[in-house]
Ligand binder design. Structure first.
Ligand code: HEC
Length: 220
């Protein structure tokens, strides 16, 4: 009886010491890792060198066309900071004038290239709801997939709306529409506004807008 007790006692002490007894002792030997988890992986450390990339840097620059993920608040902050790197003009970034009112004017060059780009962006991001012509009957509009609040961009109220407010809707959304600030950068948002204006103008087009020589091509 007592012998058994002593044996158990001995092993109990042995176990306690083997588990806790050497805590804090330093050893040069590699510890045994029972669960290595993901401690050891092939990775680059920040600001390290590598021969993998031609410029020898492990830090990679953003790919061309990457959109900085910023909220409008940050954009304004960037603007206000002396030498703010974002944009010179608060209107360009926020759509509002110095006095806080919606401004007018499209601060990108009104050119065919920008218009085409605006169309491309519109067709990617907006047409699904507002329709390729802007009439509010895109693929997911009410009668197809039941998104009931989508509006026509060709209505009087939006035609008269200041450019800055349309810009802001693209950036931050409006009521039940989400903003596109994380997908469309500042300059491109203005190109979308440019194209929305073109759609609105086209919707109000008359025969007078068609060059005389080409009127015959219209099957009216
Ligand atoms: C997922 C669907 C959806 C997409 C995509 C979408 N919109 Fe909208 N948009 C809406 C809805 C819904 C409303 C109505 C919001 C409300 O008043 O509740 C709206 C409203 C608007 C308005 C009017 C805002 C106002 O002042 O009444 C404009 C302008 C507009 N969208 C432009 C755009 C542009 C430009 C794009 C592309 C960048 C876009 N929308 C993408 C759903 C969408």
């Amino acid at each position: 009886m007592i012998r058994n007790f002593l044996i158990i006692y001995f092993f109990a002490i042995l176990m306690v010491f083997s588990v806790f007894g050497f805590r804090g002792c330093k050893s040069q030997r590699t510890p045994i890792e029972i669960f290595p988890d993901m401690d050891h992986q092939a990775k680059f450390h920040p600001q390290d060198r590598t021969s993998f990339f031609p410029d020898g840097r492990t830090d990679r620059p953003p790919v061309p066309g990457a959109v900085p993920f910023v909220t409008t608040k940050q954009e304004i902050f960037d603007h206000l900071r002396p030498g703010g790197h974002f944009r010179e003009d608060a209107y360009v970034v926020t759509g509002r004038n110095g006095n806080g009112e919606w401004g007018d004017g499209i601060p990108v060059e009104i050119s065919r290239v920008n218009m085409e780009h605006g169309r491309e962006l519109y067709n990617i991001y907006c047409a699904i709801c507002h329709g390729t012509s802007g009439n509010g009957r895109g693929v997911i509009a009410a009668e197809r997939y039941g998104y009931p609040t989508i509006v026509s961009l060709l209505q009087e109220r939006l035609i008269d709306q200041p450019d800055g407010q349309v810009y802001n809707t693209v950036a931050n959304g409006w009521n039940t529409m989400k903003g596109y600030a994380s997908q469309i950068n500042v300059e491109d948002r203005w190109k979308v506004v440019l194209y929305v204006r073109a759609l609105q103008r086209a919707s109000a087009g008359t025969m007078e807008d068609v060059p005389e020589a080409r009127r015959g091509e219209l099957e009216l």
